[in-house]
Design a protein around this ligand. Structure first.
Ligand code: NAP
Length: 260
């Protein structure tokens, strides 16, 4: 019995491995960095904000883990390469990439279009994910894992004025499946998490009434926590999901299935 418990736990352990998390200075990215560190991985916390990335690493170290803060804007090719170079220079390997950084500024409602904002959103939410995936795949050994942060909005819009964002997250789902197929020859698995509404720094401005609506829409009857997404990411980054590949995993308390 004890042995079964030990081997079950080991399915989720990442001891001796190195995980790079983008947008790790806040919200979902920080929660992922902390949980993967708790599972035993050394963490590279990349964010465009030096201070928040360093705070994430301080939290990891305070809990007995190992981390490296890297300042990187993932929409810049040079930063993306630098982030991976620094990972290899410090830890000698890269096992897990979590493409978490993403933006969701206020978007206009179609037929209004803000092309500049759309281009910027594409750069961060789509092109950066592809670029980091390519660069990481070139440096990972067989057995590497990539987890992309998509959104439930890619499956079913929960309201107007999100088309610019939803299009980018739909592209992340397609990219996840395409990369899973292409990178299989390198022994790299690629999956995505599709969060529902999650309370983070990025969503903190949302009014109380809207929050209640989100909670009521979910059969789970609450909004999500960053840790809900971190746990799903740990699953996809671990041996527990060894036969899961090219999958887009909804973590939305059931909101999407009831059409919320
Ligand atoms: P958040 O609280 O805004 O945190 C995102 C972090 O990423 C911030 O530290 C941000 O820095 C950083 N970042 C943004 N653009 C970056 C760039 N170009 N390069 C490097 N770092 C960058 O966001 P979140 O709510 O945790 O969301 C994280 C991911 O989950 C996103 O991909 C988002 O689309 C997805 N998601 C979130 C929800 C939700 O309800 N929260 C739902 C579905 C999907 P700054 O503070 O400087 O911007």
């Amino acid at each position: 019995m004890t042995q079964t418990t030990a081997s079950l736990e080991s399915l989720f352990r990442l001891d001796g491995e190195v995980a790079l998390v983008t947008g790790a200075g806040a919200g979902i990215g920080r929660a992922i960095a902390l949980m993967l560190a708790q599972a035993g991985a050394s963490i590279v916390a990349a964010d465009r904000d030096a201070e928040t990335a360093a705070q994430t690493v301080s939290l990891i170290e305070a809990a007995g883990g190992q981390g490296l803060a890297v300042v990187a804007d993932v929409s810049l090719a040079a930063d993306c390469n630098k982030m991976i170079d620094e990972t290899i220079a410090r830890f000698g390997r890269l096992d897990v990439l979590v493409n978490n950084a993403g933006i969701y500024p206020p978007f206009p409602r179609l037929p209004e279009v803000d092309w500049d904002l759309f281009d910027r959103t594409l750069d961060i939410n789509v092109k950066a994910v592809l670029r980091c995936t390519i660069e990481a795949a070139r440096r990972m050994s067989s057995g590497g894992r990539i987890v992309n942060m998509s959104s439930m909005e890619s499956i079913r819009p929960s309201g107007p004025s999100a088309s610019h964002y939803n299009i980018t997250k739909g592209a992340v789902n397609a990219m996840t499946r395409a990369a899973a197929v292409d990178l299989a020859s390198l022994g790299i698995r690629v999956n995505a998490v599709l969060p529902g509404f999650i309370m983070t720094e990025g969503t903190s401005a949302i009014p109380e009434a809207a929050l209640e609506q989100f909670a009521n829409r979910a059969p789970s009857n609450r909004v999500g926590k960053p840790e809900d997404i971190a746990a799903a990411t740990l699953f996809l980054a671990s041996k527990a999901s060894d036969y899961v590949n090219g999958h887009c995993l909804l973590v939305d308390g059931g909101t999407t299935i009831v059409g919320g």
